[in-house]
Design a protein around this ligand. Structure first.
Ligand code: DGY
Length: 382
């Protein structure tokens, strides 16, 4: 990476922060500038390798903002430490690309950007669900190719979702938001799998069921699955919202796919390796009524052989969080993480990160994953 591939903002800043991609919006720049940081932004759109980032970190750096496409493990945290750094933030809520233990070992606070992706990502899961159920990609390709010769009773028959059973694997913030959108919008029953019980979601659906009954309509139901297998067998649509770690790697494999209904729909907006993608390709080839909607892939940007040829799969290039509001919000939170640590501020310690998005930025880091291990105190909320 040559120096031509950088632009520098606030060159006279006393601290120096590396940002490995251009980020949208202005607020994040203002936050770092107000914290007296010079900001070096890589203007390259290529995914930077560990070696390329290490080369840049030969200069002095106090902090860095990196991407989910970069492996922030021992090598990079050691390099950041040697460069004089003590703050890192992922420009992502997911952090499977960060070795938190390595960051902690090098005394580097490692942050992420929760709270601004929830609705946006859930909306993409909804979009993929409908695009898949109603065969939008296939139908559009057909039309654009000039194949439409007139209305037919049998043209592109898809699946009705209303009243069916939705299964979500992972009922954290995004899974919860998606479930509410689908259950309430389309009167679906819910089965969910998570290590934790989601009481708030269960209560919400129970209240909605009572409301439906008062209207003389059939109530919706909600239950927590005893195991993933139970969910896969019962659900008409399965949407994945887990983190990626050792326990979820290839959670959906050939055996699990066979448990699902012949005409089930599988949606993934979490991380590609949760699904054994080669097994999914084979399953979709052998079960034409089975459908999948994917935002993420096992070896991005590559896709397993055969995936792009499947008409029963809808694919988009990891854009579930791609709205201007969310991507600007992620930039704000990442910058606030780094700026706060470099100013010795505490961590926010609350789920509600809205105060960071407008007005005066709180004197706190919105989300530091290893705050406890590094003994970073929690902000005193009044
Ligand atoms: C994240 O932040 O983890 C998302 O995958 C980005 O879209």
């Amino acid at each position: 990476m040559s120096t031509q591939e950088f632009r520098t903002v606030n060159p006279s800043g006393n601290k120096r922060v590396l940002v490995t991609k251009e980020l949208p919006g202005q607020r994040w720049i203002d936050i770092l500038t107000a914290a007296d940081c010079r900001v070096d932004i890589s203007t390259s759109t290529d995914v930077l390798s560990v070696d390329e980032i290490k080369t840049v970190l030969r200069a002095h750096y106090d902090g860095a903002i990196g991407q989910l496409t970069e492996e922030w493990g021992n090598e990079l945290f050691a390099a950041l430490k040697a460069a004089g750094g003590r703050a890192y933030s992922n420009y992502a809520v997911g952090f499977n690309n960060i070795d938190i233990a390595a960051a902690t070992q090098h005394g580097i606070a490692a942050g992420n950007t929760p709270g601004v992706l929830t609705e946006t990502t859930a909306e993409m899961a909804v979009a993929l669900t409908f695009a898949t159920a109603r065969r939008l990609g296939e139908a559009e390709r057909f039309l654009r190719a000039g194949n439409y010769k007139g209305w037919l009773p049998t043209l592109f028959l898809g699946e009705l979702l209303s009243g069916k059973t939705l299964g979500i694997i992972g009922a954290g913030r995004i899974g919860d938001a998606y479930a509410r959108m689908m259950v309430e919008g389309h009167k679906m029953n819910l089965i969910y799998h998570d290590i934790y019980q989601n009481h708030a979601l269960e209560d919400y659906i129970e209240t909605y069921a009572e409301f439906l009954q008062q209207q003389g309509l059939a109530p919706v139901k909600c239950k927590k699955a005893g195991c993933v297998e139970e969910l896969l067998e019962e659900a008409d649509i399965v949407s994945i919202h887990t983190v990626l770690d050792d326990s979820t790697y290839h959670l959906i494999d050939a055996k699990h796919l066979l448990l699902m209904k012949e005409n089930a729909i599988l949606i993934n907006t979490s991380r590609g390796p949760v699904i054994d993608e080669a097994a999914l390709v084979t399953h979709c080839q052998q079960h034409p009524d089975f459908r999948a909607g994917l935002d993420v892939f096992e070896n991005e940007p590559e896709m397993k052989a055969g995936l792009v040829d499947l008409n029963n799969v809808v694919i988009v290039p990891h854009i579930a969080s791609a709205t201007s509001w969310t991507r600007q919000g992620m930039a704000t939170l990442a910058a606030a993480n780094v700026a706060a640590i470099l100013q010795d501020y505490p961590v926010w310690g609350k789920n509600d990160i809205a105060p960071f998005l407008e007005g005066d930025t709180p004197r706190a880091a919105p989300s530091i994953l290893n705050a406890e291990d590094l003994d970073i105190p929690i902000y005193k909320h009044s």
